[in-house]
Write a protein that binds this ligand. Structure first.
Ligand code: NA7
Length: 838
């Protein structure tokens, strides 16, 4: 016999204390012993409020206790305590009631029914039924209004709860939404095989059970179905049931058989036998960890029965480009998909980032979907780099064109996603309480969607207008005539500052780290140029897919220091004048690998800053000097450096004069306070992991993703996570993701995930997840590659360095989009090598 360790030591303690067997005592003595045992246990959660009441019953009144949980209650549970109808009372069970209230989020009403032998059957039954009716008729007085009614109990209390369900059905009594039966007594004949097992005679022995029955009902009356519910003619039309038994309990067979009969009668039943547990374990929540687990299971099953859930094949979180394409693709495979989106419309990044100047920094002809030739032929971009409103229109066009909106729930943020091992499904719950079960969960939550709360002291003091680039107001902002502070100088600020400066009276830029940016040379897109690409789009897309960054330009294979200084300058100039993001980086093969090569290109860019910015100190402050070019996300801009030549723009170098605090009127540094009408936080995102970790995701064994990723994100291919079956992350950490043209990476991931889901369907697989070792190998591979580059030299969001306390590691795959695609394809072709499917 393998009894749970905590239970074993508890039994040993009872033996040491020479706790007498209850059947050797009088009922009064047995009650005292039982009270003593309970008194030795710690009390239940204090935050539960408690109020005693009198419940009228035939010939008098009995005590009741109303225990209210600290959070909003989801049900009202009338609880009948155990004790063989002879012993126990609501004081003995106070801790149990409190734990139940908190765990199950229920208002628990404990009923102190009268006990045998003074009050044999049917008095306890009648008391319990009177209490049930009383609760139901006093709903408004008890402030329980429309909450679903649950009857619950353990042992003899489980018997009473089962009997209440039958009585309420037969007498058209209160509507019971659920019966929770904890190792219930169901059959007065005591004939189940488990009664004969030596190793099940713990805490409750056959002799003690006989002692209880003898006091409760004589040999004839105990066969009444209201004493032995197992003998009820029909169990049909009873409320859904949650039945729990303990492995080493003489009642295990009675409970299991009753659950089976309920099920066979068409009653929805959740049944679980708790391994290594003895009778009574559930009522010892403070002493036995298993009791906590059993209560959590009960809460989960209550939830399942009380709150109807919808059933889908796949839940997709997010309706940006990834979520939209994922929906389209899976629908084409005949699957039933539900998408949840926090915003009021599609578009993701392009829905939220509406700040002035927001635009894509990969050419639009490249940063667009290839999956539909009609779409890519018919859609017309107006500029080389499309502005945010046009990108949003593109997203809306796709939603309409492929009729996606009917399966997207907008304004709906997903709160949690828990994997249910019993059904191999994800239970997804939204903040507004919608619940959907689905075999697969696709997190299409984006990589730069969790706007970082700026970690600057005094932020809440400020009385002026406050804006965050990543959460920009839909109606836009008019800065005319205003004094504006911009904090941050990443890509968003680089795009926004020149336009804010054109509007505002005065702009002060607070810079912590100077940025490298090169001219975007944006222009209206020439129709003929677009037509040339469109005529050869298939070839163009094929090139993108195999390119390092997912674009069409090729990286030179030459090393920087192998050419003359003149040739280097010529190439750097060509890069500077190319007007594209990789224009500089693709000039040589080793710019992101060799420090000397990088020094050369970094210095070239610094020279251009010196050339452009007239004020010497400002120019000096704008020079990025403490990280290699390209190791923080390089920017491309329109008039960024030139903007610092404007009269109304100034720069504060926070390395010299850090922000001391935000004040009511502005910002104070060591050089004094400056007042502003508006502060714009362009302070970035909790990148890559933030969007995933802000959802309460729990995998096998209830393991939280936040715990699994405590030391940094781990996944296989950036797509799937060990311990989190059937969960897919589009452009997740340790995939090329932010180091690539996102649209190319999104299409590749969505195609791969869709194929995988199709494969599972064809092969009849219920689950798929990567093995621990495959994940480990991928982590080592990605780390090795990153360490071969200069990336780890920068305190960048690529390294998680912009969020205090975030583990430092390189968050993307640097091996290139093409190589990565080949690896993913090979994994699939080899029958999903590294994955375990069952
Ligand atoms: P980024 O690139 O993370 O830029 C954020 C900027 O805000 C950066 O200059 C930060 O300086 C600065 N920052 C962050 N916190 C502070 C505090 N507390 N004080 C002062 N300055 C601060 O975000 P973006 O939105 O510009 O761009 C994100 C990506 O979107 C971009 O790379 C493109 O891929 C699209 P730091 O460098 O941390 O010293």
């Amino acid at each position: 016999m393998h009894l749970d360790l905590a239970t074993t030591s508890m039994l040993a303690g009872m033996a040491l204390n020479e706790t007498p067997a209850l059947n050797t005592l009088t009922p009064e003595e047995a009650r005292l012993v039982f009270t003593e045992i309970n008194r030795s246990m710690p009390p239940g959660p204090e935050q539960v409020s408690s109020e005693d009441c009198q419940i009228p019953v035939e010939g008098g009144a009995i005590r009741g206790r109303i225990l209210r949980p600290s959070m909003t209650a989801k049900s009202v549970m009338v609880y009948y305590h155990g004790g063989g109808w002879v012993i126990g009372n609501i004081d003995d069970y106070d801790a149990v009631g409190r734990h139940l209230a908190e765990t199950c989020q229920a208002i628990v009403i404990m009923v102190d029914y009268r006990k045998a032998p003074e009050h044999p059957f049917p008095v306890p039954v009648n008391d319990c039924y009177a209490a049930l009716n009383w609760v139901d008729t006093q709903r408004s007085k008890l402030r329980i209004h429309d909450l679903p009614l649950v009857v619950a109990g353990d042992s003899a209390g489980g018997n009473l709860a089962a009997v209440m369900s039958i009585k309420a059905r037969d007498e058209s009594g209160p509507e019971i939404a659920l019966q929770a039966l904890i190792y219930p007594v169901t059959d007065g004949r005591m004939g189940a095989e488990s009664f004969t097992h030596e190793d099940k005679q713990l805490f409750l022995t056959t002799e003690i059970m006989a002692f209880f029955w003898d006091h409760y009902a004589d040999s004839k009356t105990r066969l009444d179905p209201l004493a032995s519910p197992a003998l009820t003619a029909s169990l049909a039309d009873l409320p859904p049931a949650v039945v729990l038994t303990a492995e080493f309990d003489i009642l295990v067979d009675e409970g299991r058989t009753f659950a089976e009969h309920l099920k066979a009668s068409g009653v929805p039943v959740s049944y679980r036998d708790f391994a290594q547990q003895m009778h009574g374990f559930f009522a010892m929540p403070a002493a036995l960890p298993a009791a906590g687990k059993a209560m959590a299971w009960l809460a989960q099953e209550m939830d399942r029965h009380l709150n109807p859930t919808e059933r889908k094949d796949v839940v997709v979180v997010g309706a940006g480009f990834s979520g939209m394409y994922q929906l389209h693709k899976l629908r084409e495979q005949g699957l039933n998909v539900q998408v949840f989106e926090a915003g009021s419309d599609v578009g993701g990044t392009w829905y939220w980032n509406r700040y002035p100047g927001a635009r894509v920094d990969i050419e639009s002809m490249a940063y667009s979907f290839s999956f539909s030739d009609e779409l890519q032929q018919e859609w017309e971009w107006s500029e080389k780099y499309s502005p945010q409103p046009e990108l949003l229109k593109y997203a809306q066009h796709i939603a309409d064109r492929f009729d996606l909106k009917s399966d997207i729930a907008f304004d709906t943020r997903v709160a949690s996603a828990h994997f249910d091992e019993d059904t191999n499904e994800w239970l997804v719950t939204t903040e507004c309480g919608r619940r959907v079960r689905a075999q697969h969960l696709v997190m299409a939550t984006g990589v730069l969607s969790a706007s970082k709360t700026p970690d600057i002291s005094g932020r809440d003091n400020y009385r002026g207008e406050t804006y965050r680039t990543g959460l920009w107001p839909k109606e836009g902002v008019d800065f005319t005539g205003k004094r504006v502070a911009v904090i941050g100088t990443g890509s968003s600020a680089v795009q926004a500052i020149p336009l804010i400066a054109e509007e505002a009276d005065d702009v002060v830029v607070y810079q912590r780290t100077a940025t490298f940016t090169t001219p975007a040379l944006n222009h209206a897109l020439n129709k003929d140029d677009a037509s040339v690409i469109k005529a050869n789009y298939a070839e163009y897309r094929a090139k993108q897919r195999l390119n390092v960054l997912g674009v069409v330009d090729e990286r030179s294979l030459e090393r920087t220091m192998d050419v003359s200084a003149q040739e280097r300058d010529r190439r750097f100039k060509a890069g500077w004048e190319s007007g594209i993001l990789p224009g500089m980086l693709f000039q040589f093969a080793d710019l992101q690998v060799e420090q000397e090569a990088n020094d050369a290109i970094s210095e070239y860019i610094r020279d251009r800053i010196r050339d452009t910015v007239k004020d010497e100190q400002t120019a000096q402050d704008l020079l990025p000097t403490d990280y290699p070019y390209g190791t923080k996300r390089p920017c491309i801009d329109t008039n960024y450096y030139e903007t610092f030549n404007r009269e109304n723009v100034s720069l504060v170098n926070l390395r010299r004069t850090p922000i001391e605090t935000i004040t009511q009127k502005g910002i104070r540094t060591a050089e004094g306070e400056r007042e502003f009408d508006a502060i714009v936080y362009a302070t970035g995102f909790d990148a890559m992991t933030g969007p995933l970790l802000r959802v309460d995701i729990r995998g096998r064994g209830g393991v939280k993703l936040t715990d699994a990723w405590n030391d940094g994100p781990r996944s296989y291919l950036g797509i799937a996570i060990h311990g989190f079956p059937n969960l897919f992350t589009i452009t997740g950490p340790s995939s090329p993701s932010v180091l690539s043209n996102m649209l190319v990476s999104i299409e590749q991931h969505v195609d791969w995930v869709s194929d995988c889901i199709q494969w599972m369907k064809t092969e009849g697989k219920a689950t798929i997840e990567p093995s621990d070792s495959a994940e480990q190998e991928w982590a080592e591979h990605t780390e090795q590659l990153a360490n071969m580059t200069l990336y780890p030299k920068a305190n960048s969001w690529y390294m998680g360095a912009n969020v205090p306390g975030k583990p430092r590691m390189f968050l993307a795959y640097v091996g290139g989009v093409g190589t990565y695609r080949m690896i993913c394809d090979q994994v699939a072709a080899a029958g999903y090598r590294g994955f375990q499917a069952a």
